[in-house]
Write a protein that binds this ligand. Structure first.
Ligand code: CUA
Length: 143
């Protein structure tokens, strides 16, 4: 009897977890970072407009800077962001945005992010990467 209860209880938990994931994905529009496997790691940064309000940004992390370190985009921009590293593993997070990526040498990580509010969005490395880790930062200016 108690086994049956444990089984149905864990079944209910599964449904609950799945529901939470679906809620996050659909209602809150939370994006999950993706490791891109069909893309060669790039060595230099690029930024170009890929649609009326969409941009593609390829960002490179290295000791101890991000390239580009300053990005300017208009309000309402949706950015397809690709991130890689030239040396060791770095982190990448954007203040006040739900963005948290790792910059891994030899790999490309992807996330899509939309900037609906004007302002300066500070970003920084959040993985300790050596002597000047704390200087590894930049900003995205939405105007
Ligand atoms: Cu790069 Cu810390």
């Amino acid at each position: 009897k108690s086994e049956k209860m444990a089984l149905s209880l864990s079944g209910m938990l599964l449904v609950l977890f799945f529901g939470a994931i679906m809620y996050a994905a659909v209602v809150e529009d939370i994006q999950v970072p993706t490791c891109i496997t069909d893309m060669e790691p790039f060595t230099s940064d690029t930024l170009f407009q890929s649609g009326p309000e969409t941009y593609e940004l390829q960002m490179v992390a290295r000791m101890w800077a991000f390239q580009p370190s300053t990005v300017r985009l208009p309000v309402g921009s949706t950015v397809d962001m690709y991130l890689t590293s030239q040396d060791i593993t770095h982190g990448f997070m954007i203040e006040n945005k739900n963005v948290n990526l790792m910059a891994v040498p030899g790999a490309v990580n992807y996330i899509q992010v939309t900037f609906d509010e004007p302002g300066e969005y500070f970003f920084a490395c959040h993985e300790f990467c050596g002597a000047a880790h704390h200087t590894m930062s930049g900003r995205i200016i939405i105007e």
